[in-house]
Design a protein around this ligand. Sequence first.
Ligand code: ADP
Length: 187
Amino acid sequence: MENKMYLALIIIGAPGSGKGTNATAIINKYNIAHISTGDILRDNVSNNTELGKKANDYMQKGALVPDELIICMVEQRINKSDCENGFLLDGFPRTIEQANALDKLLDSKAKSIDKVINLVVSEDELMGRLLKRGRADDNEETISNRLSVFTNQTSPVIEYYSKANKIINIDAVGDIEKISDDILNSI
Ligand code: ADP
């Protein structure tokens, strides 16, 4: 897909699966915008915006921020001019409602998701990685909550894109460069 004018990608995977790290390699190659809902939310929390105030409690517990807040936030972001070549969504959609809203939004622009990169990592490995990372919401209790939220709410999203034949499964354990090569070669 080297010469495509507009590329709409999603990177999906459990907390700790390496979405952020691998996202950087992808956006650099395709010159598309990186839309990380976690990063946008954390910016809002540190700037104490209305959205940040509403989101903070959920984030501290490792729960999902309500769909309507997230969907509105992503819509605004996708409409910005740096998305003219397309975008890579990181951390969104995390629920079927979010996936449906995204489809509708892209439909209204006569666009659609091209590919969904699914980073596959075992649960033991994830816990170890997150405890080492040490972000504010990376304590054992919050992590197990985020992992079960992922299993319950986000796994159906993988199934959804799988039915649409858009999923690329990537074994995301091992050498970092090999993983990002696998991703870039598969898009
Ligand atoms: P991780 O994948 O390690 O959990 P993120 O930075 O993607 O990290 O998300 C951190 C937190 O931000 C989540 O636990 C959740 O509270 C909130 N969040 C991020 N994206 C979404 C989303 N699409 N829907 C609901 N909540 C979200």
